[in-house]
Design a protein around this ligand. Structure first.
Ligand SMILES: C[S@@+](CC[C@H](N)C(=O)[O-])C[C@H]1O[C@@H](n2cnc3c(N)ncnc32)[C@H](O)[C@@H]1O
Length: 271
């Protein structure tokens, strides 16, 4: 019941989502519309008003289950089904004694990592570390010379995806789950992952959206995943991420079947 409540809390499922201020996703709009929206929002703000977009409220329950859309207040955007998947894989790894720590590459507000720590705590597992890897400043600009699949990717323009390490630490603290077995790897994956103090992993969760972010995480971390460990991929519905996963699996002869979790999440268990 504790873990069910944690998942509902992390996804903000217990309360209705408030509207999103209309200027939040302004970078998606063409220049003229962007300027108009900024001007209008500033004018209304100066008169103590706010215009909000309430699109998330439509089909809110199924969006929360499937992890669709970017929620205003939730501590994770991945939805209940993918949180269930983390819990199920981790509990299986614990039951089967699969050695190693856990990592998520791409944590945003930290909710998925908070659930990992909550599962360990609920099962009184005190000898596994949760690694929390992120730039804590959003996504990198595409490096199309090395990763042509990322050409034109606009994720780096999303301020909404930049959440500071202090805010994520604060989120862990809110749930009473911050201790020295939670280690933050702060910076770009290409800089932090090669030298990360990780020997073995029982669970590797990839949520970096882009080709580069996915392939870097696989390159540096998949060899450390124990036999019987789980590889979870959040963004298999995104072209860049899927291409990185498929390239890596092909290049390394990984034949374990990919299992779908929902419309975008997949996982496989390493033999
Ligand atoms: C979609 S969000 C992750 C959502 C999160 N797992 C959750 O539970 O809601 C993607 C995150 O990946 C991070 N990220 C993507 N590519 C990165 C890279 N190459 N290096 C460091 N952080 C990266 C971004 O900063 C962002 O926080």
């Amino acid at each position: 019941m504790y873990l069910e409540l944690i998942k509902k809390t992390l996804t903000y499922s217990l309360w209705p989502e408030p509207g999103i201020p209309i200027e939040t996703f302004n970078s998606h709009r063409p220049l003229l519309k962007r300027t108009l929206v900024s001007w209008l929002a500033a004018l209304l703000r100066s008169r103590q008003y706010r215009l909000s977009y309430h699109g998330f409220a439509r089909d809110e329950e199924s969006k929360r289950a499937e992890g669709l859309g970017w929620p205003m207040l939730a501590d994770t955007m991945i939805g209940i089904k993918r949180l269930d998947n983390i819990q199920a894989c981790l509990e299986q790894a614990i039951t089967d004694g699969v050695p190693g720590d856990l990592i998520e590459t791409g944590v945003w507000r930290g909710g998925a990592c908070i659930l990992m720590k909550a599962v360990l705590t609920a099962h009184v597992v005190e000898d596994r570390t949760v690694f929390v890897a992120d730039s804590f400043a959003g996504l990198p600009k595409p490096d199309a010379a090395h990763y042509p699949r990322d050409a034109g990717d606009r994720h780096h323009r999303e301020e909404f995806l930049a959440v500071s390490a202090d805010q994520v630490r604060g989120n862990f603290r809110k749930y009473g789950l911050l201790d020295d077995r939670v280690i933050f790897l702060e910076g770009w994956f290409k800089d932090t992952l090669p030298a990360a103090p990780i020997d073995r992993l029982c669970l590797l969760r990839l949520d970096g959206d882009m080709y580069q972010s996915t392939i870097e995480a696989l390159t540096h971390l998949y060899p450390k995943l124990s036999s019987g460990g789980f590889c979870l991929v959040d963004d298999y519905a995104l072209d860049g991420c899927r291409a990185a996963v498929d390239d890596y699996r092909r290049q390394h002869g990984i034949a374990e079947p990919i299992v779908a979790v929902d419309a975008t999440g997949v996982f496989w268990r390493k033999r």
